[in-house]
Design a protein around this ligand. Sequence first.
Ligand SMILES: [Cu+2]
Length: 166
Amino acid sequence: MIRDPTFCLFLLSPFCIRGHRSFLLLVSALLMIASVLMASAAHAHGYSAGSVRIDHPYALPSEVGADGQVYFRELRNRGRQPDRLLGAVTSRAERVELVNAQGEVVEAIEVLPGARLRLLHHQPVHLRLLGLTEPLRDGQRFDLTLRFERGGERSVRVYVQQPRGD
Ligand SMILES: [Cu+2]
């Protein structure tokens, strides 16, 4: 029996594999765990602007000529002062509007202390991108600069993705 697992991997004789099956299972399990961790790390991206935490900004793919829509898994205010999202700019669109729960264009989106706003794509609140330079396509990423009253400006990367059903 060959005891050195590294040597075993290179040799790959049937006897060796049988002798180190548990080691090989462990290696494949670790590889699976690593790939899952890497996938979730790629998915989870977040930023801070003052006391506001901006979690996973994302956009839906858009049709030709249609407006873009930007959402957030969460906007969270971890501070003691209220803050307000006042607007945003991106090179991908002429203009960005803030849309409230009634579908109206508003001057600001309030993020009160302790608030955890889940601004997901099945809810009406979002950022509307008008005059897109080109349609947003699944898998693209683009930069968007958010402007908060207290937290100031923060550039975030928006992931364009098909809804995953949550
Ligand atoms: Cu993310």
